[in-house]
Design a protein around this ligand. Structure first.
Ligand code: SAH
Length: 399
């Protein structure tokens, strides 16, 4: 879905009802009130596109569908005709009222449930068979992550995104748009481009072109048998500097500190004694640890679209848009990086024995997998999976 001006998502309590009065018209496609671009409100005015979005979801009469951002209901009414139920999650109460009015008094009304609120702030997405959305620009990334992280994700998702974002979904290793998002989507799902959508198909027209994509999460035994948070946690570390080697990414002291914390918890939970003899093997390596992240290699991060310091202007769309859900450690990592960039030197604690053990284990994994010198931007999903399993073998976890 096209972009809108970036702003922090608002809760329902301070939603647009408080600021703008609805004119009360029941006409679905006229400008009933001023569309709020801050909420990504670009209504589809070409019925053919609404039809295609619903058609490409191959809905069955038994399906429960979640639609994110029904707006005035252009896609909703078509989905209601084909599915058992549509749960429409809408941030703007004026829109919630419009979509309700649109089906009032028709047989479709009893199949529609409207939930007012921010889908990203909901503790969990309602279970469903299909997800459809002309997705508001601000929530593209968090919405996909939220869906992929579901233990039982929908069978199919047909989603409209701004073109640049859609390209990132299908990016392959080595592509400039390859990112943590690309790896996750293609690891947990298959993704297919459905169609291009020009800006003239929306009211008001957005600044950029859009694409419809179909994402089919892997289900049941086809779903990879690893925890989402673990795989994603590893990717966050690797793509924090995607043009650096994995060895450099895992030499950052905040990363090692997190591995150490998790390792201690793991050992305690599983009653595993820590083999401190490993500590003696890392004396040399640890002397370089504090500065390894500064530059173990000399590559310039010319294309690092996961680097949160980059600002390519309005059109840029970062994985970090899902920051609200970011685990604490990764917030700390970003804060530490920001402090470093601001020229502040964080205090350095003397290395504990466990820290040395963890450092040795990290080195062992990187050497054994042969991935230490590889850069995240060149790694495919099997490289990351191999790395994750090797870390797990050593008792090192990322969530
Ligand atoms: N589906 C309609 C409207 C799309 S515009 C159509 O295609 O014509 C995007 C809609 O998403 C708007 O109604 C906007 O209010 C809603 N929206 C924006 N952010 C949201 C969020 N975080 N959670 C739920 N709905 C949201």
């Amino acid at each position: 879905m096209p972009k809108a001006t970036k702003q922090k998502r608002a809760g329902v309590s301070n939603g647009p009802y408080d600021r703008k009065a609805s004119k009360g018209s029941s006409s679905a496609n006229t400008n009933i009130f001023k569309f709020d671009k801050d909420f990504g409100q670009h209504i589809l005015k070409n019925p053919g596109i609404s039809d295609t979005i619903v058609d490409k979801a191959y809905l069955k009469p038994t399906d429960v569908v979640v639609e994110v951002g029904p707006g005035t209901g252009n896609i909703t009414v078509r989905a209601l005709e084909k599915a058992k139920k549509v749960i429409a999650i809408e941030l703007d109460p004026r829109m919630g009222a419009e979509v309700t009015k649109r089906v009032q008094g028709t047989p479709l009304a009893k199949k529609l449930e409207v939930i007012l609120g921010d889908v990203i702030k909901m503790p969990a997405m309602p279970p469903c068979d299909a997800l459809i959305s002309n997705t508001p620009y601000q929530i593209s990334s968090p919405l996909i992550f939220k869906m992929l992280a579901m233990p039982n994700p929908p069978r199919i998702a047909v989603l409209m995104f701004q073109r640049e974002f859609a390209k990132r979904l299908v990016a392959r290793p080595g592509d400039s748009l390859y990112s943590r998002l690309s790896v996750n989507v293609n690891f947990w799902a298959t993704c297919k481009h459905i169609m291009k959508v020009g800006k003239q198909n929306f009211k008001p027209p957005p600044k950029v072109e859009s694409d419809v994509v179909r994402i089919e999460p892997l289900l049941g035994s086809a779903r990879p048998n690893v925890a989402f948070e673990e795989f994603d946690g590893l990717l966050r570390i690797a793509f924090n500097r995607k043009n650096k080697t994995l060895r450099a990414a895992f030499s950052i002291k905040e990363v090692l500190a997190m591995c150490e914390r998790n390792y201690k918890i793991y050992c305690t939970l599983h009653n595993i004694p820590i083999d401190e003899s490993l500590a003696d093997t890392t004396t040399v390596a640890t002397t370089t640890t504090a500065s390894a992240d500064d530059d173990m290699d000399m590559d310039v991060d010319e294309n690092d679209d996961n680097n949160n310091t980059i600002n390519n202007g309005d059109e840029d769309q970062e994985d970090e848009e899902d920051d609200e859900d970011m685990p604490t450690f990764f917030k700390e990592l970003k804060d530490a990086e920001a402090a470093k960039e601001a020229g502040k030197t964080p205090s350095r604690n003397p290395k504990s024995r466990v820290a040395l053990v963890v450092k040795a284990k990290v080195e062992k994994v990187l050497a054994a997998t042969g991935l230490g010198e590889k850069r995240a931007r060149m790694c495919d999903q099997n490289d990351f999976l191999k790395l994750l399993l090797a870390f797990h073998e050593e008792g090192i976890h990322f969530s």
